[in-house]
Design a protein around this ligand. Structure first.
Ligand SMILES: Cc1cc2nc3c(=O)[nH]c(=O)nc-3n(C[C@H](O)[C@H](O)[C@H](O)COP(=O)(O)O)c2cc1C
Ligand SMILES: Nc1ncnc2c1ncn2[C@@H]1O[C@H](COP(=O)(O)OP(=O)(O)O)[C@@H](O)[C@H]1O
Length: 273
């Protein structure tokens, strides 16, 4: 990274299509500089690394927010002695009270400053907070279009109530606290198990199990056969199927799950897995 000649700077939660435009302006020998605010929950921490081949370094906002424009540039030049190009977006701000903009970068930095114009989709500006809002209303297709990839969460496997396999369908239960949870409900998903390289078609439930013990669960039922998942799984959201619901009996829940499976299978059939 010390050898990098160009960098892109930002929070980069989501690594969405706007962020990707910035990465497109980087040279081969570049680093992505993530400023961590502590709020990233679309691609928390190192999850960002799945969405770019450039190396990433992480700076804590609290460690740099007090810097003046001059100090910030000096700090970057110390980290990247060969720095020639800085890539930021049209709305990039830094320093105390977000006082400095790309214009200040242009004045203060003796190399090239590339400013990426606002990236929009269907006239709507693409931003992490909008993706969060879409996920919270279950608009998976909208969120995925902004992201440029499927919204994906990762978690370690936890044990469920133990009634799924016996009474309903077998599910992999995960705990993924660092990630934003989409709206409660049932989704057509793709699930990757442990270190497998491929994703399985699946149907997933996110929410409080209001029909059974009321506890919060994220669980995935694999559609293409029995699997065993030991440590962790990734769930990639493709489509919202229905709201979370309280059923009067396990039998009714079982029937609803059967329908969910049929819908998910149909929707996922068209995808290249
Ligand atoms: C496709 C699918 C849909 C589900 N829908 C609901 C639902 O609408 N309401 C609900 O209370 N639980 C729902 N569940 C969760 C079940 O209540 C849960 O699988 C069951 O409680 C067994 O949990 P266990 O795996 O921890 O044993 C759903 C589960 C799956 C796999
Ligand atoms: N829609 C967009 N178009 C162009 N640049 C963007 C867009 N969204 C973010 N950027 C740029 O990407 C970098 C990271 O921005 P960040 O604030 O983390 O993204 P967001 O606004 O999505 O939360 C910044 O340099 C920012 O200006």
């Amino acid at each position: 990274m010390k050898e990098s000649t160009s960098i892109a700077i930002g929070g980069f939660d989501g690594m969405h299509i706007g962020h990707q435009q910035l990465f497109g302006a980087l040279d081969e020998n570049s680093t992505i500089v993530v400023i961590e605010t502590g709020y990233a929950n679309l691609t928390p921490k190192k999850e960002r690394e799945h969405f770019s081949h450039h190396p990433i370094i992480y700076l804590e906002l609290d460690d740099i927010r007090h810097l003046s424009g001059e100090e910030f540039i000096a700090f970057l030049k110390e980290k990247f002695p060969k720095l020639q190009k800085i890539v930021v977006g049209y709305d990039f701000h830094f320093g105390k009270n977000r006082k400095y903009s790309f214009n200040d970068l242009k004045t203060l930095f003796d190399g090239e400053v590339v400013v990426i114009d606002e990236v929009t989709l269907h006239g709507d500006s693409v931003h992490s907070h909008k993706i969060r809002a879409k996920l919270q209303i279950g608009d998976i297709e909208g969120a995925n279009a902004f992201l440029g990839h499927n919204y994906t969460i990762k978690g370690r496997v936890v044990s469920g109530q133990g009634i799924g396999k016996k009474e309903l369908v077998a599910t992999i239960n995960i705990e993924a606290k660092e990630f934003l949870m989409p709206k409660e409900g049932v989704y057509a998903t793709l699930t990757r198990i442990d270190d497998e390289e491929h994703f399985h078609p699946s149907v997933s439930f996110v929410g409080h199990r209001v029909t059974t013990d009321g506890s919060f669960a994220v669980e995935s039922h694999i559609l293409d056969g029995e699997v065993s998942c030991k440590e962790r799984a990734r769930i990639s959201f493709v489509n919202f199927i229905r709201e979370n619901k309280k059923f009067d009996s396990l039998d009714e829940l079982r029937k609803a799950i059967k329908k969910d499976i049929a819908i998910a299978s149909k929707e996922l059939k068209f995808l290249q897995l």
